[in-house]
Design a protein around this ligand. Structure first.
Ligand SMILES: C[S@@+](CC[C@H](N)C(=O)[O-])C[C@H]1O[C@@H](n2cnc3c(N)ncnc32)[C@H](O)[C@@H]1O
Length: 218
C-alpha cells in the first residue's frame, strides 16, 4: 500500500509548529544561499510547498519539477506559490511515487529531499537514492534535510523517544512502511555524492546537508 498523506496535509504545518517551532523550516531552507546558481531543480516530497516558496523567492530563474505522492499536499503547494510572480510558468507539479513511477526529467543540477528519506525502510531508501542519482546532473547538488541520531548520549536518548513517537504517529496516520530512521549517507556516498556543508539544530537531531556529486571520468 502506498502511503497516504492527504489526511495529514491540512494539519501538517500547525502540528509541526507545536512540536518543533520554527526549526524544521530553518532546516529546510538552510542551504538556499548555496544553491542560488541552480537552473534545473527536482524537489521530491515537498509536502505543502514551504521549501518551494522560499526557493522561488530567492531564485528567480530556475525551472522546477516538484513531485509528491499526495494530491492534497500538491494542491496546498500549488496554492501557496500561486501568488509569486511568474512562479506558475516555471514550476511543474507531478503526482508520482518516487519509488517506482517515472521521474519527470533528467540533468537536474539540484535535487531536494527534506523530511522525505526518513519515510523509507533501508531497501526502499537505497533504491530511491539510486533513482534520484540517475536523474541528477554530473555536477549536481542535493539538499537533504532530515532527522538524525545525534552523537551526544543525552541528545540521543531524547531523539529515540521523539523518533519512536513520530514513527508510530506517521505509520498510523499515513501508512509509511518505515519503522525507524535509516541513515541515507552510505547510499549517497556509494552513488558518488560527498557532503560539502552541514547545519544542525537540537544538538544534532535535526540536520541539513548539502551534497555535491563528484564528477566521474568519462
Ligand atoms: C514527512 S512529509 C515531508 C514534507 C516536506 N518535505 C517537509 O519538509 O516537511 C513527506 C512528504 O513526502 C511525500 N511522500 C512520501 N512518500 C512518497 C513517495 N513514495 N513518493 C513521493 N512522495 C512521497 C508525502 O506525500 C509528503 O508530502
Amino acid at each position: 500500500m502506498p502511503p497516504n498523506f492527504d489526511r495529514l496535509a491540512p494539519h501538517y504545518e500547525w502540528l509541526e509548529r507545536i512540536s518543533f517551532g520554527r526549526s524544521l523550516q530553518a532546516c529546510r531552507v538552510a542551504m538556499l544561499s548555496r544553491v542560488a546558481e541552480c537552473r534545473k531543480v527536482l524537489i521530491v516530497g515537498d509536502g505543502d510547498g514551504r521549501f518551494l516558496e522560499a526557493f522561488l523567492k530567492t531564485n528567480s530563474t530556475a525551472v522546477v519539477d516538484t513531485l509528491d505522492i499526495s494530491p492534497a499536499m500538491l494542491e496546498l503547494a500549488q496554492r501557496r506559490i500561486s501568488v509569486i510572480l511568474g512562479a506558475n510558468e516555471r514550476v511543474r507539479f507531478h503526482r508520482a511515487d518516487v519509488r517506482h513511477d517515472s521521474l519527470p526529467g533528467a540533468g537536474y543540477d539540484l535535487i531536494v529531499t527534506n523530511f522525505l528519506l526518513d519515510c523509507f525502510p533501508q531497501d526502499e531508501l537505497n533504491a530511491v537514492v539510486q533513482r534520484l542519482s540517475a536523474v541528477a546532473a554530473s555536477n549536481g547538488q542535493w539538499i537533504v534535510g532530515d532527522f538524525e541520531n545525534p552523537a551526544h548520549p543525552g541528545a540521543r536518548f531524547f531523539a529515540r523517544l521523539m523518533l519512536a513517537g513520530m514513527y508510530a504517529f506517521f505509520r498510523i496516520v499515513t501508512g509509511i512502511s518505515a519503522r525507524s530512521l535509516v541513515d541515507p549517507s552510505p547510499f549517497l556516498m556509494a552513488g558518488g555524492w560527498v557532503p560539502v556543508a552541514k547545519k544542525a539544530w537540537h544538538r544534532g537531531f535535526l540536520v541539513s546537508r548539502l551534497w555535491q556529486r563528484l564528477p566521474t571520468d568519462s
